[in-house]
Design a protein around this ligand. Structure first.
Ligand SMILES: C[S@@+](CC[C@H](N)C(=O)[O-])C[C@H]1O[C@@H](n2cnc3c(N)ncnc32)[C@H](O)[C@@H]1O
Length: 351
């Protein structure tokens, strides 16, 4: 066992399994296999069932393949973005799944590998790509984005206080020398922001979070995944999502509310563009949080929130809004009012 395998502990694993209710003959998808912690627990409960696993990260898939080898279940691993899950399932000729897990965000494997550039605690290239075949990196964003765009990223995805001062310092610094490493960026942010009194959080934490979300398009991926996956769950099938910050959790909460037939635009009824189609039952009225002892043994679990739904036995299949032309007009009006879901989530419209 490598050191990384030893330190990686899957978050809220018991609760994930309780909510998935793995059936030995079932078909399951782990959309974010990472080092394979949750997948290992799932395959232990799968007899001759099937597990499809995805990750954007080649290193994670290699490690997961090693850790899952020897299981009885039919296993397939795919380097794929979970936003493309419907396409992948169609390619694999899978029409219905019994359960799906998404444990979004970065893994300890990624955070602790300096060359991946996710951590301000370790000197490494300013990279932050989960998918290393893509061209946009954290360095390209910091060095080449217009100041207004950088400001928007820091405010929207990091809720960075003093973002304008940080951006001004970054722009001044990059004229002198392009940013190349994580520690160069962290040092500039620390110089500008200092350590606010009474906090142990490094001043660069939110800046790194914001850049990571933008580099990997994390909120867009999650939003698209959430709108496509429910149509593939068989009646009784379950979807479990673990989120690690409020922007993600709000998207999950809203998507689950929409799929459970609630209005999430809060417009008058005849203007409402929400599908109002009850396709799922919400299993977690409040998100499940890790216990104190779990956080002590696995600090990465600290901010985790688990939400889960169960697919209902409805005859309606794929995704799409219902209603007549009035509802369609309403949908358009609401869509243009809300704009991008991620932006909206950040405005704190947690409904
Ligand atoms: C928190 S880790 C998963 C850990 C895993 N559940 C375990 O217990 O070992 C998240 C993983 O999701 C992957 N990931 C993030 N966004 C993704 C996306 N849009 N599509 C596929 N994989 C993604 C990351 O590369 C990372 O390996």
């Amino acid at each position: 066992m490598t050191r990384m395998e030893a330190v990686h502990i899957p978050v809220l694993c018991k609760s994930v399994l309780n909510h998935l209710q793995v059936r030995p003959q079932g078909v399951y998808v782990d959309c974010t296999v990472g080092p394979g912690g949750h997948s290992r627990a799932i395959v232990k409960r799968l007899g001759a069932g099937r597990l499809v696993v995805l990750d954007l990260d080649e290193d994670a898939l290699r490690l997961a393949a090693r850790r899952l080898a020897g299981s009885k279940a039919k296993l397939s691993l795919h380097r794929e973005n979970f936003r493309n899950l419907p396409r992948l399932l169609r390619r694999l000729r899978i029409r219905r799944i019994d359960g799906c897990l998404a444990d979004v965000g970065v893994s300890s494997l990624q955070l602790q590998t300096a060359e991946r550039g996710f951590s301000f605690m370790k000197e490494g290239p300013l990279d932050m790509r989960m998918d290393r075949t893509q061209t946009v990196t954290a360095a390209s964003l910091v060095n080449d984005s217009r100041p207004e765009r950088l400001l928007e990223i820091l405010r929207t995805y990091g809720e960075v206080t003093g973002a304008a001062r940080v951006v001004a310092a970054l722009v001044e610094e990059r004229h002198r020398k392009r940013f190349e490493t994580t520690t160069e960026l962290a040092a500039v942010v620390e110089r500008v922001k200092g350590w606010p009194r009474g906090t142990r959080l490094h001043p660069a934490t939110q800046v790194f979070q914001a850049l990571r979300i933008e580099v990997n398009q994390e909120l867009k991926n999650l939003e698209e995944f959430l709108s496509g996956v429910v149509g593939f769950l068989r009646p009784g099938g379950r979807l479990v999502v673990l989120a690690f910050h409020s922007l993600e959790d709000r998207l999950v909460k809203r998507a689950f509310a929409r799929e459970s037939g609630k209005c999430i635009c809060f417009s008058p009824r005849d203007l409402c563009g929400c599908p109002r189609r009850r396709r799922v039952r919400i299993l977690t009225r409040k998100p499940v949080r890790p216990s104190g002892p779990e956080i002590r043994t696995n600090p990465r679990a600290r901010s985790a929130k688990l939400r889960a739904v169960e697919r209902l036995n409805t005859s309606t299949g794929g995704h799409g809004g219902g209603g007549g032309p009035r509802a369609e007009r309403g949908r358009k009006a609401v869509a243009s009012r809300l704009g991008d879901g991620a932006r909206e989530a950040n405005r704190g419209q947690d409904r």
